[in-house]
Design a protein. Structure first.
Length: 460
């Protein structure tokens, strides 16, 4: 059985405007972040009186690594705050990559800071490099707030180890997600020793004010967007499960009802983080894209059973309360810059592409959807896609494995054969990372500029 949600024409009318793509603020943000790092370097240099000997140089290196680690720690939390300007304009997947990269640099700087500062203090006390461990214990037990900082550093290392690719893939998503939330505890525990023992903040009172302001602003954003905004959204819209329908074997759609859902600001191509208040699911929050255009009284997600949480969705009962956070994601019509559009979906990546296929404005022949799946049985929502294509005069293609398991050819040459003017298209791409990377390279080989390939990974 399949579900069909009407409303495509109404959704297209809402987006039927002159194509005027909204620019991503990524470049200005990166420039601002580097400017902040430059300010931290200037503060360190201004407060470093001398580099006359090895001890002074080691101590100075320990201080600069500590300052940069403190600055990056604030950015790591900012990237977790779900700020709309980042999540909806830059893109959730891109922000997630920034967060992972910033986290790796932060951990490296923290480890370097601890080692260098401890070594320098040991040299000042007339000890040797071999006495670093004892010196570290002395610092933890005698200097203010160092005990909390040591606990925070230990937690940070644990989070980093559990986030390593191989370990991360072996952990249940919920375990990794909740362990990751300990980053907030890390920030709280490590912040205070920066103020009480940091030479720069003792020498420059304005620097201390700036540091309080930086961390205070980040804390305010976290409280507003991670706590208050979701609370307001869910109290206002009071969402619940309307029905659960099996689309194909292993793939279900969940229809979600509520009040005035069109006022949530969701667009086709976006996703929410969903928490279903059912036994065994209350503490699990997972990101799922909308698989149809939002309606005033209905939202829909379509999910493939690939884990414990997704498998339990089929067991949801009508009336189950739903807690959602969002909408997130930048894979929307706002990214479009050309009249013609190619949508490319791999596997369950069809969900946001289906919503865009229904709602993107365009004349007959302007919109093309290419759907990659292992077999024709895995082509979820195919009847809906075919109906949309017939109604709109859009082009619908699929690429599945041959009976002997051979993968279909989605090379640059093949894409040019199917769409001779492909370089004039905007391309929206969603699917597993390996698939997305392969198609991206084929698109570039076919002449599509990188700025017109809009992609979002759902592996977050």
């Amino acid at each position: 059985m399949t579900t069909t949600l009407a409303g495509g024409r109404a959704a297209r009318r809402q987006t039927m405007r002159r194509i005027r793509p909204r620019r991503s603020p990524a470049v200005p943000l990166v420039i601002a972040l580097w400017a902040g790092a430059a300010a931290v370097l200037w503060l360190w240099w201004d407060c470093t009186p001398s580099l006359a000997d090895n001890t002074a140089r080691i101590l100075a290196a320990g201080r600069i690594t500590g300052l940069l680690a403190g600055y990056l720690m604030a950015l790591v939390v900012l990237q977790m705050a779900r700020v709309p300007a980042l999540e909806r304009r830059v893109g959730s997947d891109r922000v997630a990559r920034w967060h992972a990269m910033s986290g790796r640099y932060t951990v490296s700087l923290v480890i370097a800071h601890v080692f260098l500062i401890t070594w320098a203090y040991a040299l000042q006390a007339g000890k040797t490099l071999g006495d670093v461990v004892q010196q570290f214990m002395d610092m933890v037990t005698t200097l203010p707030d160092m005990g909390k900082a040591a606990i925070g550093t230990g937690l940070l290392v644990v989070i980093a180890l559990l986030s390593v690719g191989g370990v991360r893939r072996r952990l249940p998503y919920d375990t990794w997600y909740h362990v990751h939330l300990l980053t907030y505890a890390v920030v709280f525990l490590t912040f205070w020793h920066q103020i009480t023992t940091g030479n720069e903040f003792a020498v420059q009172p304005a620097a201390k004010t700036f540091w309080y302001g930086l961390y205070g602003a980040v804390t305010a954003l976290v409280v507003w967007y991670r706590i208050l905004t979701p609370l307001r959204l869910n109290l206002r819209h009071r969402m619940y499960v309307e029905a659960v329908i099996e689309e194909t074997p292993g793939i279900v759609s969940v229809l979600i009802g509520g009040k005035k859902l069109h006022r949530m600001g969701a667009e086709a191509g976006q996703f929410f983080r969903w928490r279903f208040l059912a036994p065994g699911m209350r503490f699990s929050s997972h990101p799922y894209s909308l698989s149809a255009a939002p309606r005033p009284d209905m939202l829909r997600i379509t999910v493939k059973a690939i884990g414990d949480h997704t498998a339990r969705l089929r067991e949801l009962r009508p009336g189950t309360r739903v807690w959602a956070e969002g909408p997130y994601g930048a894979l929307t019509a706002q990214r479009r810059s050309r009249g013609k559009v190619l949508l490319v979906a791999g596997g369950v990546g069809i969900t946001p592409m289906r919503a865009l296929f229904e709602t993107l404005p365009g004349a007959s022949g302007d919109i093309t959807l290419l759907y990659r799946a292992n077999s024709t049985q895995d082509l979820a929502l195919w009847d809906e896609l075919a109906a949309i294509a017939d109604e709109r005069g859009a082009r619908l293609m699929y690429a599945v494995n041959s009976p002997d398991g051979e993968r279909p050819d989605i090379s640059a040459e093949r894409l040019r054969q199917k769409l001779p003017d492909i370089e004039e298209h905007d391309v929206f791409l969603c699917g597993p990372p390996g698939f997305a990377q392969s198609v991206y390279e084929s698109l570039r080989g076919a002449g599509v500029p990188a700025r017109r390939i809009h992609h979002e990974s759902f592996e977050m």
